[in-house]
Design a protein around this ligand. Structure first.
Ligand code: ADP
Ligand code: MG
Length: 708
């Protein structure tokens, strides 16, 4: 089946960048150090981050404070370095035939001073702003105007490349980089190989790869530029999807899965006699999806997404009962001790005594108890084991593990998941649950090799949490409200930010906050639990416990309150300095309340000065409770790289595509991949030759063993 891989025409792209005309060893060294450009290929993929529309020069008379960055042609008529110390700045008077503006620099004064010669015609680029009633541009890009500048293509769209001070000193400013890229393109453009079959190119109206690389660097017009971008983004996203979905297929072929053929006594009894509520239709749908998955004899790898409070635990429990009915054991793993304990307690209370054997295993389980647990596991007397990382340890051996449930997915690494798999000759079915809603496009990429189930509905009768935004000046009102709620028998969380970079100051705020609250809510009438990172685990859980047992009415905490902590009687969540939290964090924190029958509230406290992003975050929280909508906005605000749980994922190392902006292309690419793999899963068809080649050359073989 192996195709001769042959010598790649593209081999030339591996050439070290120093051999390129116009580079040489000295510049190559800086390119490596400053921009991580080592080879021709790296340089080819050093895409412009912006293009200047050379067709449009603004006149100074047309400028106002509302415009985006614009391009202006004019002369420096005077320049001066003024001010002292921090305020020291270079101010130049810039003039065209319609008026004059000020250009201001606070940095690299000497350097700029050398460049901007009086009298010469300059092209400047920057965002006009109004300062002291006069239009000025701070740190504009300036460039000596050269009407006949050497250039590829025509001059209408000029690429702008990121560069550094050091590179600029060696004539590799944006223009300089453009020059060496022109040399590179000249030399390699005809060696660039097509990666996508003709049929896909035609179907999706994609330009050739050669044409795309040319036009991304030297576009003739906006239309060609957009097409080039679309082509290269499609490439990136398409091959990620191809890899992910191939992994999935290989896994399906390679691993048999336990067959949960029938619904038996435990499942049925639980469903008809013990389940204290009606399942929501979303829960029913997910149960059905999992059931179907576990009957096929293929190992299940499923991600279960559901907002906080959507009822994932009971779904997980029912699946473990299904495993038990079919002669298997199950385990449920949580990221922290408190969470594991809670799962254990809620499962115990749902199933009651003498129904199934459930035990808890965590880091603090005694040696003696461990020994007993291990034995019960190995001889099959234990049905469900709930626990933390402790479950992964080699000493933990199951007789017949059929299902692994992992709560809060993002805290466990791939390696840890794999360890659980190996605990059985037939790998167990895996259900990972997460309460962090992930926008669809992100999920497709991060978990593109998993099946995804979504619980998108809260249990009936749940009152939506009311969220308000208050300023520090309204604190008295807040205290009053707290008193009312406590009188009704409710409990209250108050959360303070504690961030590493500002830890000392944050701790001071926390202390001051605790003082103020203790003054307004003094004992013996009121009692307060305090939980923060400086406490030992034991102190922490004893403080938590007092709150759970209603011995305290208020819990003051830093963000250490665990995801998933469940105290249904707590109905108010107050978040101090809410402007400092990210959207997903705010949403997670708010999810701590609204779990009981009472109306719940979330109060976001902030200062008066808010950045525009902070305002969007707080407004979003006030407007909606929908975790997926919030996640979508979070993605738009912060970009995919900063979304919780994505940090270590190499999948998101995209050069051009942006999962927040390019959802349409991603969906198109994924659909295409699915269709191709449905028709030709092994990619043996002649029409898929290029895709096969991609695997052979870049991934190192098509049936690689490594699975993730
Ligand atoms: P999460 O998805 O955040 O893990 P849980 O599983 O902890 O949510 O469920 C939250 C609460 O809702 C629990 O007290 C649970 O018993 C309850 N619950 C779950 N499903 C339903 C339902 N269909 N109807 C009513 N209450 C439910
Ligand atoms: Mg949960």
């Amino acid at each position: 089946m192996d195709l001769p891989s042959g010598k790649l025409k593209e081999q030339i792209l591996k050439t070290p960048v120093e051999y390129l005309k116009g580079v040489g060893t000295q510049r190559a060294d800086i390119l490596k150090k400053d921009l991580a450009i080592f080879t021709y290929q790296d340089l080819l993929e050093h895409y412009p981050f912006r293009y200047i529309d050379r067709t449009r020069f603004y006149k100074i008379r047309e400028l106002n404070g509302e415009l985006p960055a614009v391009q202006i042609l004019g002369r420096i008529v005077s320049k001066d370095i003024i001010g002292e110390k921090q305020a020291k700045r270079l101010v130049a008077n810039f003039k065209d035939e319609t008026g004059s503006i000020e250009l201001v620099w606070f940095q690299s004064l000497k350097w700029v001073d050398k460049i901007i010669q009086q009298g010469a015609v300059f092209m400047i680029f920057g965002k006009p702003a109004i300062f002291n009633g006069r239009i000025s541009i701070t740190h504009p890009e300036v460039e000596l105007y050269q009407p006949k500048a050497e250039n590829k293509g025509n001059l209408s769209l000029q690429p702008v490349y990121s560069s550094t001070e050091k590179l600029k000193q060696f004539n590799l400013d944006s223009r300089g980089i453009q020059r060496i890229l022109a040399n590179l393109i000249d030399q390699v453009i005809r060696q660039i190989e097509e990666t996508l079959p003709d049929q896909i190119l035609a179907e999706h109206r994609l330009m050739s790869r050669q044409k795309a690389f040319f036009n991304i660097h030297f576009p003739d017009n906006t239309e060609l530029l957009r097409s080039a971008e679309r082509r290269l983004k499609f490439d990136e996203l398409f091959f990620i999807q191809l890899k992910l979905l191939r992994t999935k297929i290989i896994r399906t072929h390679k691993f048999k899965g336990a067959v949960f053929a029938s619904v038996g006594e435990k499942f049925n009894t639980f469903f008809s006699e013990k389940l204290p509520f009606e399942l929501t239709s979303a829960q029913k749908r997910v149960v059905r999806e999992i059931r179907q998955d576990t009957q096929r004899g293929i190992q299940m790898n499923r991600l279960l997404q559901g907002d906080v409070g959507s009822g994932k635990t009971v779904v997980a429990l029912m699946m473990t009962l299904l495993a038990i009915d079919n002669g298997f054991q199950a385990c449920i793993m949580a990221p922290t001790e408190i969470l594991a304990q809670q799962h254990y307690i809620s499962i115990k209370s749902l199933v009651g005594d003498d129904f199934v054997e459930v035990e808890l295993l965590t880091g603090s389980t005694t040696k003696k108890l461990r020994k007993i647990l291990h034995d019960k596991l190995e001889n099959g007397r234990l049905n469900i084991l709930v626990g933390t990382h402790a479950l992964i340890e080699d000493a933990v051996k199951f007789q017949n593990l059929g299902l692994v449930v992992i709560d809060e997915q993002h805290r466990f690494g791939v390696e840890q998941r794999a360890k659980l798999w190996r605990k059985n000759t037939i790998p167990p079915h895996v259900l990972v649950m997460t309460a962090t809603p992930i926008p669809r496009t992100l999920a497709m990429t991060l978990y593109g090799d998993l099946d995804i189930s979504v619980i998108d509905e809260l249990p009936a009768g749940r009152k939506p949490i009311k969220t308000v935004h208050m300023y520090h000046s309204q604190r008295l009102r807040m205290f009053g409200f707290m008193k009312e709620e406590i009188e009704k028998g409710r409990q209250i969380y108050i959360v303070y930010p504690l961030i590493k970079e500002s830890e000392k100051l944050d701790l001071l705020y926390l202390e001051a906050g605790i003082d103020a609250i203790s003054n307004v809510f003094p004992p013996p009438l009121y009692n307060i639990s305090i939980v923060h990172g400086k406490l030992t685990p034991k102190e922490k859980s004893s403080e938590m416990e007092r709150f759970v047992k209603k011995q305290t009415q208020i819990m003051v905490a830093t963000t250490v309150i665990e995801v998933g902590v469940n105290v249904p009687n707590a109905s108010v969540m107050i978040i101090e300095n809410a402007e400092r939290f990210g959207l997903s964090q705010l949403h997670q924190l708010r999810g701590r309340v609204g779990r009981g029958v009472d109306q719940s509230y979330c109060i976001l406290m902030s200062g008066n000065k808010l950045s525009s992003d902070a305002r969007i975050r707080l407004d979003t929280m006030v407007r909606t409770n929908d975790g997926f909508e919030i996640a979508e906005i979070d993605l738009q605000l912060r970009g995919p790289g900063n979304i919780e749980g994505t940090q270590q994922s190499g999948v998101l190392d995209l050069k051009l595509a942006d999962l927040a902006q390019d959802q349409q292309i991603l969906i198109e690419a994924r659909k295409t991949v699915i269709k191709i793999l449905e028709d030709d899963p092994e990619l043996t068809d002649e029409s898929n030759r290029l895709l096969r080649q991609y695997f052979e050359r870049r991934v190192g073989g098509i049936s690689w063993d490594k699975i993730s």
